[in-house]
Design a protein around this ligand. Structure first.
Ligand code: ARG
Length: 460
């Protein structure tokens, strides 16, 4: 009795080491339900074009239904001897359906089969990622809406630059995550093409109907070239690239959460259930979740590089190298989904210390630009206004006070254009309210942006 589906050509069985080295079933069994789905669509098509009898088709249908149940209940016995998910399922089908099971592989190769399975799996994965990205955006929007008026310092070079609202700051991340979702949807269009029919590489001599299979499986169309269909994994690389961008955004947000939560800054607090303690320092409440997310970003970047490198030296068409696509791809999806899920949950639990934020925004001459703009409105050219305010800042800094602590007369020493109405320009509220144009930090703009995004996401 031959051990492998292909072993008739060989004079000795494959060595144990090689068997273990080349087997993929331990990880590709994750594709099992998609493998069954693809096989059923293929069988339906073989029957429709007259290659497979009605009796064989129904035997295959019954066998696959049974196998699906066994897999779902965890009763299916996976065997390394049978190499991969495809041969494991085919073997069991043949036990259950006899010759009909052996006929299933007509006009098909594992090369187009595995490419189809991955695409089906990735399509579902992308839909899940998009849903999680939307939940995260909604969670951030909820907090942003509550903090449309909350003033914090905006930074450049990690130095206080100008006051912004906390809502506006969070909306920046909503923009990033909405572009990420867009990228995922765009990637899905290229994932959603049918490789089946390419067979090993050249196509098949049977009169197959690829469009029918594409329709059955919900693909938007077929892969147009058989060599390309079985050999390229650019769609998976593209997903990993889009995933790396999401993680990069998550990582930047993480960095800010960690910084804001540091007792030295004290802008926010995260709910206790997202933090951990120290086994030695009793006072600690550590932001482990954002730190771990920042760390996992490296791992997702690594998977992207792994896949690019996996692909770059391969001649057409299929090479066994491609079996190595799965673990990086699966781990990318697992890491991304778990991270997004926890962030959507955690974002809602951010509590804000508005007083601390306000106090920090009041330091560092954050309204200096507003004073310069004030002088410009009074007729001074911007460059001259910049210089006058720079001198005022220098004087205030030397005395250890803020611009708003200078008297009217002291301010007038830097420019005679200063009048009593300057006070409004020096307040934090005046500063943020003045930036009242689309994309600006004014509370009214923040509220409008929140409403627009919620409408986009919820369609209400
Ligand atoms: N397990 C293989 C993979 O993941 C399936 C295709 C195998 N084809 C082959 N000719 N060895 O890529």
């Amino acid at each position: 009795k031959k051990a492998q589906a292909w072993s008739a050509r060989f004079s000795e069985p494959v060595s144990e080491l090689v068997k273990r080295y080349t087997a993929s079933v331990d990880f590709d069994k994750r594709l099992a339900l998609h493998d069954i789905e693809g096989s059923l669509a293929h069988a339906d098509m073989l029957n429709a074009v007259g290659i497979l009898s009605d009796a064989d088709l129904s035997a295959i249908g019954d066998g696959m239904a049974r196998i699906r149940g066994e897999i779902e209940r965890g009763e299916f016995t996976w065997s390394v001897d049978l190499e991969d998910v495809h041969l494991n399922i085919e073997k069991r089908l043949t036990e259950l359906a006899g010759d009909a099971g052996k006929r299933l592989h007509t006009a098909r190769s594992r090369n187009d089969q595995v490419a189809t399975d991955i695409r089906l799996w990735l399509r579902a994965t992308i839909d899940a990622v998009v849903a999680e990205l939307e939940s995260l955006q909604l969670a951030l929007l909820e907090v942003a809406g509550r903090h449309a008026d909350t003033i914090m310092p905006g930074f450049t070079h990690l130095q206080v630059a100008q006051p912004v609202t906390f809502g506006h700051h969070l909306l920046a991340y909503v923009e990033m995550f909405s572009r990420d979702a867009e990228r995922m949807r765009d990637c899905r269009r290229r994932v959603n093409r049918l490789p089946l029919g390419a067979a090993a590489l050249a196509g098949t001599s049977y009169p197959i109907d690829r469009e029918r299979v594409a329709r059955t499986l919900g693909f938007d169309g077929i892969c147009a070239n058989s060599l390309d269909a079985v050999s390229d994994r650019d769609f998976a690389i593209e997903f990993c690239a889009a995933a790396a961008l999401v993680m990069m955004h998550v990582s930047r947000l993480s960095e800010e959460l960690i910084l804001w939560m540091s007792p030295r800054v004290g802008f926010i607090d995260l709910a206790d259930r997202f933090c951990t303690g120290s086994s030695i320092m009793p006072q600690k409440k550590n932001p482990d979740v954002p730190e771990l997310a920042r760390g996992k970003t490296g791992r997702v970047n690594g998977h992207l590089v792994a896949l690019l490198t996996l692909m770059k030296g391969q001649p057409l068409a299929y090479n066994k190298d491609n079996q190595e696509d799965k673990e990086p791809l699966f781990d990318t999806a697992d890491t991304l989904l778990a991270t997004l899920r926890i962030f959507a949950d955690m974002a809602g639990g951010i509590t804000v210390n508005a007083a601390r934020m306000r106090q920090a925004a009041a330091e560092g001459f954050s309204t200096a630009t507003d004073l310069a703009d004030y002088l410009v409105r009074k007729g001074l050219p911007f460059r001259d206004a910049h210089e006058a305010v720079a001198l005022a800042v220098r004087t205030a800094a030397q005395r250890g006070i803020d611009l708003s602590d200078l008297t009217l007369d002291e301010l007038r020493a830097f420019s005679p254009l200063v009048e009593a109405d300057v006070a409004d320009s020096l307040t934090l509220e005046g500063s943020v309210q003045a930036r009242n144009h689309p994309g600006g930090t004014a509370p009214a703009q923040v509220r409008a942006a929140v409403a627009r995004h919620v409408q986009r996401l919820e369609g209400t």
